[in-house]
Ligand binder design. Structure first.
Ligand code: 6GU
Length: 230
């Protein structure tokens, strides 16, 4: 199915990289309708102001609600309750299951905040237009939502049917089955005194599958024991 994604940011050129590679091709072919917008296009003052000082005091600046509301009104118009995502370190953590779920939506709107955040009333207002999700990439802090939005767009975009050429490659990846990926090798069969594991040269497909499964389990146990907790 076709998917529309609108991104609102004060740094639209962050997203130039999304013209490249698989996602770039998906956009050219029309499978992915990805539109990048400048929040300042919804301001009306001479300085195109998007932020102001926080009520109650404190460090930094807060994004004003008015430009956000006008942007969301325009982008949600004619759409049947889009999913509105705000990248935020205070959100739910983005997982492969989140990417899967979002890849089934018709229309995503991603609002990238900067500074100390967006006026809280914007999230409440957005909920009148669609389903609002605050989503975090993980437990560390970025300067704004742009890099997180790009990661999410790539993770979601590649799950849209037709974006990744060979759909088999999607099911064998890390996290799709809850385990880390098995190790991969290519020619030469011996390189700098290191041989490729013999089973991979055996032609025994059952033995290869069993070996790969063992490797997945061993790596997951050693690197990401948290994934095996249930
Ligand atoms: Cl989504 N935004 C910001 N600003 N920092 C983050 C993040 C998101 N996810 C992890 N750190």
């Amino acid at each position: 199915q076709r998917m529309r994604i609108d991104v609102v940011s004060i740094f639209p050129s962050y997203f130039d990289g999304l013209t490249l590679s698989l996602l770039g091709k998906a956009r050219e072919s029309g499978i992915l309708d990805l539109r990048i917008h400048d929040l300042r296009d919804w301001t009306s003052d001479r300085h195109r102001t998007v932020d102001d000082t926080p009520y109650g005091g404190g460090a930094g600046m807060v994004m004003k609600p008015e430009p956000w509301a006008l942007a969301l009104d325009d982008l949600a118009a004619g759409s049947d309750r889009p999913t509105i995502i705000f990248p935020s370190p205070a959100g739910e953590v983005f997982h492969q299951t989140t990417a899967r779920e979002l890849s089934e939506r018709e229309h995503l709107i991603i609002g990238c905040g900067r500074y100390e955040g967006i006026d809280e009333r914007v999230f409440e207002y957005a909920a009148s237009l669609g389903e609002v999700r605050l989503v975090s990439l993980g437990d560390y802090v970025l300067n704004g939502g742009e890099v997180a939005a790009m990661a999410m767009i790539e993770a979601v975009g590649r799950l849209i049917p037709g974006v990744v050429g060979n759909p088999d490659s999607l099911v064998e990846e890390s996290h799709e089955d809850g385990l880390l990926e098995y190790p991969s090798y290519t020619k030469p069969s011996t390189w700098r005194d290191r041989a490729v594991p013999g089973v991979l040269l055996s032609g025994n497909h059952a033995a290869i599958a069993a070996w790969r499964r063992e490797q997945q389990l061993a790596r997951t146990e050693s690197r990401r024991p948290d994934l095996l907790k249930d």
